[in-house]
Design a protein around this ligand. Structure first.
Ligand SMILES: Cc1ncc(COP(=O)(O)O)c(C=O)c1O
Length: 400
């Protein structure tokens, strides 16, 4: 009889001194090192053993020279996309890219010129704004609408917004920070609008594997021919399996013309060749990772339930927008009645917690905080107690 490995997500691992951004950058980013780090989107769970073992096995060999990309790398990606998401992709559609944010920057440089407009849907992952702006592109905003505690796309505003200068729309699917698993009808409608206006969609699907509570991620490019032909999808095992430091992302481009432009540029500049460790980790993750992922997501659901219950009992002025995917929880703190500076002061200086403040994600994020629950339960318990104490002692919080 086969036994199922039980993975342990309760272990608290000291990450200090490893140059971990989440921990070792606290002083530089938040002004204090003694905060519980619940911000940047990596998890405090140890690298899954089947990935660490595969990397270790390769490191047993004493030479780490130039390396060809193994066929098994491509086959593992293709199999994973089919089995996890029902999306059949061809190998020629794929390319390695050194990071999803890097991929967005590269695509911007290939498909747009200075002064062109890029549409984003705030509140949204802040590099969607930062990268185009740093490249001299203009951002056009199609803010999400909050209806019944859920975000939805505003298609009327989108139609009014689009002009000749708009070339790209960057989609977060599932949505970070709102945790939305976009429905098929929404994605189809978006594809129709973008096809009509000749807009290419960059679909950032880095959180795709982590749908929660029975939700199912739908790859944007799979919803219609218009979506497939007008899109570049970026994905990676990095969030799912907590290996962000390895730079293991990839692109999927079904359209031959877009592919020729994008991939020839990547090849010309030699940015499409994976590092040894990225291919090994990706292949191991996508070949052996199903059960680990199932258990990790169950643990994250437990963490979300814990936060929901704690806040409902002790701090009802903070409301949880339960994510449909991933380990990032969007906390609606507007009930505390604090302005931006006071809210940040409460979390950082009084509760000693490092979260991402909602303003960072653009309009609609004011009064929200993003909590990373990809961490052992005991860490989260400490964090919630500190938040409770911090609020109790904060005279500025006039809880409504
Ligand atoms: C939506 C989204 N895209 C991209 C990234 C970063 O991806 P990469 O490390 O591959 O650049 C993140 C990380 O938080 C993210 O949430």
């Amino acid at each position: 009889m086969q036994t199922t490995t039980q993975y342990n997500f309760d272990t608290v691992t000291d990450r200090r001194g490893t140059h971990a951004l989440k921990v070792d950058a606290l002083r530089a980013r938040y002004g204090a090192a003694d905060l519980i780090p619940l911000w940047v989107a990596d998890m405090d769970f140890e690298t899954p053993p089947f990935i660490a073992d595969a990397l270790r096995a390769r490191l047993e060999h004493p030479i780490l020279g130039y390396t060809q990309t193994p066929q098994g790398y491509w086959s593992a990606i293709i199999r994973w996309l089919e089995e996890a998401h029902g999306w059949q992709v061809k190998q020629e559609w794929l390319s390695y890219i050194p990071g999803v944010v890097t991929g967005i920057g590269l695509a911007l440089n290939v498909f747009t010129e200075a002064g062109d407009k890029v549409i984003i849907q705030p509140p949204v992952y802040h590099p969607f704004r930062l990268v185009p702006e740093a490249n001299g592109r203009t951002i056009a905003y199609n803010p999400l609408r909050l209806a019944n505690d859920r975000y939805e796309m505003d298609f009327e505003q989108l139609e009014q917004l689009i002009d000749d200068k708009c070339k790209l729309l960057i989609l977060s699917n599932p949505h970070n920070p709102g945790g939305v698993v976009w429905r098929r009808e929404t994605l189809q409608r978006l594809a129709d609008v973008c096809a009509r206006h000749r807009l290419t969609v960059i679909a950032d699907e880095i959180h795709a594997d982590m749908a929660l509570y029975g939700n199912r991620h739908i790859p944007y490019a799979s919803v219609s021919e218009a979506a497939a032909q007008g899109s570049i999808t970026f994905n990676a095992p990095s969030k799912t399996f907590n290996i962000a430091g390895l730079k293991s992302s990839f692109a999927v481009v079904p359209n031959a013309e877009l592919r020729a432009r994008f991939y020839s540029w990547l090849r010309a500049n030699e940015v499409s060749e994976p590092t040894i460790l990225a291919t090994i980790a990706t292949e191991a993750a996508y070949t052996h990772g199903r059960e680990w992922l199932r258990q990790m997501l169950a643990y994250v659901e437990g963490n979300i339930a814990y936060v929901e219950q704690f806040l409902a009992s002790h701090l009802p002025a903070i409301r949880v927008m339960r994510p449909q995917a991933s380990f990032l929880v969007w906390l609606d703190c507007r009930g505390l009645g604090l302005g931006h500076a006071a809210l940040v002061d409460l979390f950082v200086n009084r509760a000693k917690l490092a979260l991402n403040d909602g303003e960072m994600f653009g309009s609609g994020g004011e009064g929200f905080m993003r909590l990373n629950v990809g961490t052992p339960r005991s860490t989260l318990e400490r964090a919630m107690e500190q938040l409770k104490e911090g609020i109790k002692n904060d005279v500025a919080a006039t809880i409504k």
